[in-house]
Write a protein that binds this ligand. Structure first.
Ligand code: NAD
Length: 323
């Protein structure tokens, strides 16, 4: 197949390009930047700004069998939940999705995947850390806790509208905290698993590391390899979604620290400090994807964390003088 990966220089996009090349497809990737941590195997890599409609029309210049849309202004809690980046997030990601869908429609591209987020779920349903509600049908009445989540919800609706009105095969996944090697780990956009791996890797045995909040907030985390499997299965199925792509293995942030410390073979104390937190509890609800695609993650959280910790520990060692 001929496949286009928008945001192919980012974390999930660059992993997908590698996977699609292993499957033998011809792949074009587009991003503001090349992947930071590995050479891209893409057949064609276009450096360009997808907020520019002319650029978008120029890269969707041919009949692609599949288009994956990952490009977004994106980061962890320190980027999304401070409020300081809301205008940029909504403008930039909104413009990308408007441009991409319109160009795909005009070029008669049929099948397009959109990466939405668990951040679309109403904040009221995620106040109890032990019982968060994140079933797909709980999205409305809508009340995401961030403008990042509102943009994702708007764009879900945009993709669904193009599907209905223009006969396009859209597929929408709501990702829940994807983590893994070759992702942000110290640039201010890193998420909890990478930040904790970095802090543990930098700590001496017995040291304390800073944790935002009381650490009792809960989340689930999905390794990027599992995310790609769920994504490709959804793309090549008849199911439109939106559907959760995540793990149901919910842990508190304190438990996440304990798992990483155990992998590192260190004792680390937790120093709880104020910081941007997001909702109190969140977990993927995988009933719908199990029913429609027969898919569930194949590995426990610890397996993905072992690989990720090893990679981040190597980054920490290689960059020790600059940290
Ligand atoms: P990422 O930030 O690593 O990748 C996004 C890529 O988009 C970056 O490489 C960035 O340079 C590119 N980009 C941003 N603006 C652009 C522009 N104007 N023109 C061209 N490229 C541009 O993020 P990721 O973790 O790989 O996430 C991929 C997608 O999945 C995003 O849409 C994100 O919102 C969504 N998502 C991710 C997670 C997660 O846990 N990683 C969770 C939910 C949803």
């Amino acid at each position: 197949m001929k496949i286009l990966v928008l945001g192919g220089g980012g974390f999930i996009g660059s992993h997908l390009v590698e996977r699609l090349k292993q499957e033998g497809h011809w792949v074009r990737a587009v991003d503001l930047k090349y992947p930071r941590y590995a050479e891209t195997p893409a057949d064609d890599f276009v450096i360009g700004d997808l907020r520019d409609p002319a650029l978008v029309r120029s890269v969707i210049d041919t009949r692609f069998d599949e288009v994956y849309q990952f490009a977004a202004d994106m980061g962890g809690a320190g980027f999304v939940f401070t409020g300081e980046n809301d205008a940029a997030i909504m403008h930039n990601s909104g413009a990308i999705n408007l441009n991409v869908l319109d160009a795909c429609w005009r070029r008669n591209i049929k099948r397009i995947f959109y990466s939405s987020s668990a951040c679309i779920y109403p904040q009221e349903n995620q106040t109890d850390p032990d019982n968060p509600v994140c079933s797909e049908d709980s999205a409305y009445p809508a009340h995401p806790d961030s403008d990042y989540g509102w943009e994702k919800l708007f764009s879900e609706r945009l993709y669904l509208a193009y599907g209905r009105n223009h006969g396009m095969d859209v597929r929408i996944a709501r990702y829940h905290n994807i983590f893994g090697e070759k992702g942000s780990w110290h640039d201010g956009r890193e998420k909890a698993p990478a930040a904790i791996c970095r802090k543990v890797a930098m700590a001496a045995d017995g040291d304390a590391i800073d944790i935002w909040g009381d650490g009792r907030q809960t989340r689930s985390f999905l390794h990027v390899s599992e995310c790609l499997e769920g994504t490709i299965r959804l793309m090549r199925s008849d199911f439109i979604g939106p559907v959760n792509v995540g793990s149901q293995e919910m842990v508190s942030i304190n438990q996440l620290v304990d798992v990483v410390a155990a992998i590192a073979g260190k004792t680390v104390r937790k120093n709880h400090i104020p910081g941007p937190l997001g909702v109190r509890g969140r977990n993927s609800d995988n009933r719908l994807i199990a029913e429609k695609l027969g898919w569930a993650p194949s590995q426990p959280l610890r397996a993905g964390l072992e690989v990720t910790y090893g990679w981040i520990e190597r980054q920490v060692r290689a960059n020790a003088r600059d940290l």
